[in-house]
Design a protein around this ligand. Structure first.
Ligand SMILES: Nc1ncnc2c1ncn2[C@@H]1O[C@H](COP(=O)(O)OP(=O)(O)OP(=O)(O)O)[C@@H](O)[C@H]1O
Ligand SMILES: [Mg+2]
Length: 185
């Protein structure tokens, strides 16, 4: 039987809150972990990835992979590949580029614009969607983060984030809702 999907919706007050959430997700990332980042242009996907890498101990520059398509990082315990599929025009293109070699059990992966490489991408442990917060009163830097965890690692990550939010450890991050849903057919 397919595992259930844990969905969590968070309000992020500002960019610092995005960084704080990324730092809470980062310790769950390990070899073989796949994180998808969705949202419109400028939603904050690269900002989130940069904060994840910083939290994982990377001290150098984190260039957006928008033009290079992939950036690789040699972290202390595993390698991490940061992809951006925005410029791919067909789902087969990334496979032809040989990128599927980097997506597997040997490394961790963060994927921006996963929708454009969807066919053939491994299922994510966590899928994070970022969007502007339309609520009256929310500032222009406020975002809504919707996270889905459909694997054991993913659910553990989201439970850890919810616990941290509920005891006030993540400044600027508040819980809007959480639900456990049946797996998609
Ligand atoms: N709450 C927030 N979270 C993330 N970024 C924010 C936030 N508020 C403002 N920003 C700003 O929004 C911009 C987000 O840019 P970023 O490159 O991270 O977007 P992106 O989603 O990766 O876009 P693209 O699809 O073009 O790759 C940055 O300039 C960042 O400083
Ligand atoms: Mg980006």
């Amino acid at each position: 039987m397919q595992p259930e999907i844990l969905r969590v919706e968070l309000a992020l007050a500002d960019e610092r809150a995005t960084d704080t959430l990324a730092a809470a997700v980062a310790p769950h990332i390990r070899r073989g972990f796949v994180l998808f980042l969705s949202g419109d242009l400028g939603a904050g996907k690269t900002t989130f990835a940069r904060a994840v890498l910083r939290a994982l101990g990377h001290t150098g520059r984190v260039q957006s992979p928008t033009f290079t398509l992939v950036q690789s990082y040699n972290l202390s315990n595993f390698d991490l590949y940061h992809f951006d599929f925005y410029r791919f025009s067909s789902p087969e293109e990334w496979r032809e580029a040989g990128f599927d070699e980097h997506l597997g059990d040997d490394a961790a992966a963060i994927v921006e614009w996963p929708e454009l490489g969807a066919a053939g991408l491994p299922a994510p442990d966590v899928w994070l969607r970022l969007s502007p917060d339309e609520d009256a009163g929310a500032g222009e830097h406020a975002r809504v983060a919707t996270l889905s965890g459909a694997t054991e690692w993913g659910r553990q990550c989201l439970i850890g984030v919810c616990d941290a939010v509920s005891i006030g450890l993540l400044a600027g991050v508040s819980l809007r809702g959480a639900s456990l849903e049946p797996p998609s057919p």
